[in-house]
Design a protein around this ligand. Structure first.
Ligand code: NAP
Ligand code: G4F
Length: 347
């Protein structure tokens, strides 16, 4: 039975990756943090005796800030594969917590790579790198050759982790890969990322549970894919003959404004826009209610206008293709959030 360690197993990607690996018969060792309230909703369905998966999920308390804990785990498990997904993953919040974001995202990766180097140097390593490395890029679309210009504490920390991964590969011959993943979303996406915030709030407005969506920069454009497609790419990267770095993206660009319009259209509401800049509002064309408003607190000190990926290398060398694109992604997320809002209304 193959063994894998997943840091950040309780996150969006960690939960989908665990599900994928368990389905392939892996023994998955997930690192979870101690929290004051227990929230394991994403991994509960496939944890324990009745999980109905062929593999086995084992959870370990740990933290990317705790070097000894990571070393002990690598020494004990000596896994075949390690997926480093743990991170303070919110770009906006990294401006408020630059030091913490650096400790977890940059030094945490170093601690893990070094523990692997000492205890299981033959294990294969996946690093959750990001399109944020490109920042406001010089060219579009971005490929593995595009120059990095990170412009947030999150992205700068991830750049350190990217190069440490390359460095351990080149210096020690470790099988270590960077997946440069563009934004990917799902019904399991954290509620303060823009896609999920929109689908959840629109569903709640439609169910009469709230009145208005407060939003930041609506002109930002992203290349949004579907998380289950992206964890498949992570696994593929660790099954090759040689370790390498890959861009994973859909190649489609959409704006936050477009996402809002699509989410409202799903519940039968047409949005008309009125006003300019921070005074702009989205109005429900049938009721005249103001259902979208700008709240400047969601503006970032510096934002990326647009990122668009070219995943040709992954297509060619991994045989990877995204199965879900933007329109279907919004439908999947709306279906789940509408159902959740309807259940909440009945409570
Ligand atoms: P996520 O939902 O925020 O999950 C992050 C996970 O990391 C959570 O389980 C969290 O634990 C854990 N974590 C945070 N700080 C930790 C620490 N100090 N020690 C141990 N665990 C810690 O993020 P995601 O969307 O799944 O993303 C997975 C990875 O891919 C992240 O590294 C992210 O930066 C990167 N990435 C994401 C995207 C995207 O669009 N989703 C794109 C490119 C790269 P709790 O569950 O306890 O909070
Ligand atoms: O959903 P977001 O917070 O995602 P962002 O900043 O692109 O980062 C995500 O994707 C990265 C991959 O490129 C990951 F590395 C990272 O870990 C994370 O998963 O924001 C997307 C855009 C931004 O331009 C933001 O300013 O949406 C804009 N936005 C507008 N209003 C908002 C809001 N973002 C959030 N979170 N909340 C808003 O109310």
């Amino acid at each position: 039975m193959k063994q894998a360690v997943i840091t950040g197993v309780n996150g969006q990607d960690g939960s989908y990756l665990a599900e994928l690996l368990l389905g392939k018969g892996y023994e998955v060792h997930g690192i979870v943090r101690r929290t004051s309230s227990f929230s394991r909703g994403r991994i509960d369905p496939f944890y324990g005796a009745n999980a109905g998966v062929s593999g086995k999920l084992v959870l370990h308390y740990g933290d990317m800030g705790d070097e000894k804990n990571l070393r002990k785990l690598m020494e004990k498990v000596r896994p075949d594969e390690v997926y480093n997904l743990a991170s303070q993953s919110h770009v906006g919040i990294s401006f408020d917590m630059p030091e913490y974001s650096t400790d977890v995202n940059a030094l945490g990766t170093l601690r893990l790579l070094d523990a692997m180097h000492d205890y299981c140097p033959k294990s294969r390593f996946y690093q959750a790198s990001t399109s944020e490395l490109f920042g406001s890029a010089d060219e579009s679309p971005q490929t593995e050759q595009t120059r990095f210009k990170p412009n947030s504490p999150y992205a700068v920390a991830k750049l350190y982790a990217y190069w440490m991964t390359v460095n351990y590969r080149q210096t020690y011959g470790m099988y270590a890969c960077n997946g440069i993943l563009f934004n990917h979303e799902s019904p399991r996406r954290g509620e303060n990322f823009v896609t999920r915030k929109i689908t959840q709030t629109v569903a709640r407005i439609a169910a009469g549970l709230t009145d208005c969506l407060y939003i930041g920069n609506m002109e930002a454009r992203r290349d949004w894919g579907y998380a289950p497609d992206y964890v498949r790419a992570m696994w593929l990267m660790l099954q090759q003959e040689k370790a390498d770095d890959f861009v994973i993206a859909t190649g489609e660009l959409h704006s936050v404004r477009e996402l809002i319009e699509k989410a409202f259209a799903y519940v039968g509401t047409k949005i008309e826009w009125e006003g300019k800049a921070a005074a702009e509002c989205g109005i429900d064309s049938s009721t005249g209610k103001h259902v979208v408003k700008i709240d400047p607190k969601y503006y970032r000190p510096i934002d990326i206008d647009s990122v668009l990926g070219d995943a040709s290398k992954a297509r060619r060398e991994l045989g990877w293709e995204p199965e879900v694109k933007f329109d279907r992604l919004v439908e999947i997320m709306m279906e789940a959030d509408v159902q959740a809002a309807q259940s909440a209304r009945q409570d």
